[in-house]
Design a protein around this ligand. Sequence first.
Ligand SMILES: *Cc1c(COP(=O)(O)O)cnc(C)c1O
Length: 295
Amino acid sequence: MTPRIPSPVVELDDERLRRHGVRLWLKRDDLIHPDLPGNKWRKLVGNLRRAADEGHRTLLTFGGAYSHHIAATAAAGRLLGIDTVGVIRGEAHRPLNPVLGRAAADGMTLTYLDRERYRRKHLPEVLDPLRERFGDFHHVPEGGSNDLGVRGCRDLGAEIAAQLPGTDLVCVPVGSGGTIAGVAAGVPPSWRVLGVSVLRGDGFLDPEVTRLQREAFGGRRGDWSIDYRHHFGGYARRTPELDGFMADFRARHGIRLEPVYVAKSLAAVYGTAGSPLVPAGSRVVAVVTGPPPWW
Ligand SMILES: *Cc1c(COP(=O)(O)O)cnc(C)c1O
């Protein structure tokens, strides 16, 4: 369970950015743990500690059938000897897909909620029957984004501030919003933090990130904003343009970008370098939040 912290930072030499006067470092948070990469470890560690402190032997959480968080929670349970329950949105499918198959192999108990009830998963009407069935558990919301998860991501921001004090802008992908909520609170207030939504839609994550910051810190923290124009069709969708960007990135830098989150956030940096979002002269840190280990 011991992570490699601080995770390394490396500067990329890339003429497509250099010609806009932009310098880019990668924060390789994907390298902190072989089974629990990047932000999943950051978000789970505080929750696991809390579960242990409160004497819970079971951790229960929610996610979609392809959720990185579900698989990471299962891996953490195996490593720490804690029972895990994954409540999956939608119907059971056999055979299990690779993500759920891995979670089951790690000892996670899987159960399913129809979409209607899944929307009410934070309410007692859903949680109480789960407690009856699985006993007392520590509840971690979808994506691992609660106050403890967000505070774990604040440490990631603080780590970047210590490693690269001259930074102007930090870029992170946004799914459930916990990572940006924490990172923005951990970096100096003069830095900008740019989140790149990997979901289709406009504006809807801003109130969620504000809510998470209020829950974790008592109010809004840091100078953050979210870009909604680089989702490339929506969650887990890909386009030839994104595939081309990833192939090109791999050829130039020898790094296979994780396609659901990381590739989209880097494509946003490259696509906006030299614009007011990423002005000439910027020193940018892009957080490589994954990939998950099965990828
Ligand atoms: C889960 C995940 C994210 C999303 O983080 P949120 O805190 O949910 O916004 C980003 N990158 C990777 C690689 C992930 O697995």
